[in-house]
Design a protein around this ligand. Structure first.
Ligand SMILES: C[S@@+](CC[C@H](N)C(=O)[O-])C[C@H]1O[C@@H](n2cnc3c(N)ncnc32)[C@H](O)[C@@H]1O
Length: 268
């Protein structure tokens, strides 16, 4: 499969057709005034990664995100991290994602919390970023690399759009030792669209793209907390079978077949 075939399958994996409605109905927000909802009300449903908002906080801290930074969220899902970066750090955020539906939902949720004018969303690929070179202080990719086969191309694009002295921050679920992993997983139903690589391979691809000072902040750190099944959660955006998909990845993380990573890398 070439990259465009992979992207077509990945976009369809992240398309439900009714994500905004499901979120507004489940959280009982259908009739509230636009702009009146705090971003915290969306945390249970808009963080499409292991570890919920506490992982987002850890990423921001590891990257040294500061007030007013210009950030690109590359693989932005329904915009949970983008809203967090604007609300907490007053960042200026551009966000791009393959899934047209996720982009529309992100814009709907931005309106709900009154952040529409602060985040610019577009549909597109992290392999061909529609932004000028040297544009961002930071590039952020949270649980996106597992859907991207050509990591060197993805990282080269992140490097290009980032200013010198910029930081790239990403989370990846790497392959560990100890046998096959069970599908379905949160990011892929089969291995056809799952591109988890060992930590050393991810670091090598970053270095090939020109990044330096590459650090894995998750190494030796306590694992992020599990999602609490039964609460409103990322199933609304990701699919009703998420409890099974989360359980498969949780078991593989527990026995070391999968290895969560939180990586920062610098462009000098
Ligand atoms: C597991 S979700 C994570 C979303 C978001 N980063 C978060 O943590 O809430 C993975 C996201 O990566 C996006 N994605 C995967 N491959 C991509 C690509 N080649 N270009 C742009 N987005 C991509 C998917 O559409 C999906 O929204």
């Amino acid at each position: 499969m070439d990259s465009s075939d992979i992207e077509e399958k990945v976009a369809s994996h992240y398309t439900r057709g009714d994500v905004t409605d499901r979120i507004l109905t489940t959280l009982d927000l259908q009739d509230v005034a636009r702009g009146s909802v705090p971003i915290e009300a969306l945390f249970p449903v808009d963080q499409l990664h292991h570890g919920g908002v506490s992982l987002t906080e850890r990423m921001a801290s590891a990257a040294g995100i500061k007030s007013g930074m210009k950030v690109l969220d590359a693989g932005s899902g329904i915009g949970g991290s983008a809203r967090f970066l604007v609300d907490r750090f007053d960042c200026e955020v551009d966000a791009i994602d393959l899934s047209d539906e996720f982009v529309r939902t992100a814009e709907d949720l931005d309106r709900l919390v009154g952040l529409s004018s602060r985040i610019s969303h577009r549909a597109g690929s992290v392999l061909d970023l529609p932004y000028d070179s040297n544009s961002f202080d930071a590039v952020w990719s949270q649980n996106v690399t597992m859907n991207v086969a050509d990591k060197t191309a993805m990282f080269a694009e992140a490097f290009r759009v980032m200013q010198p002295n910029g930081v790239y921050v990403l989370t990846h679920i790497g392959r560990g030792a100890g046998g096959e992993i069970d599908y379905p997983l949160p990011w892929a139903m089969t291995e056809a669209t799952s591109f988890t690589v060992p930590p050393s391979e991810l670091v090598h691809a970053l270095s090939e793209a020109g990044f330096q000072n590459i650090k894995d902040h998750a190494k030796g750190a306590p694992p992020p907390p599990p999602a609490s099944d039964g609460q409103p959660d990322d199933s609304l955006a990701m699919g009703d079978d998420m409890p099974q998909r989360r359980a498969n990845s949780g078991r593989a993380v527990a026995d070391g077949r999968l290895v969560p990573m939180l990586v920062t890398a610098r462009r000098f």
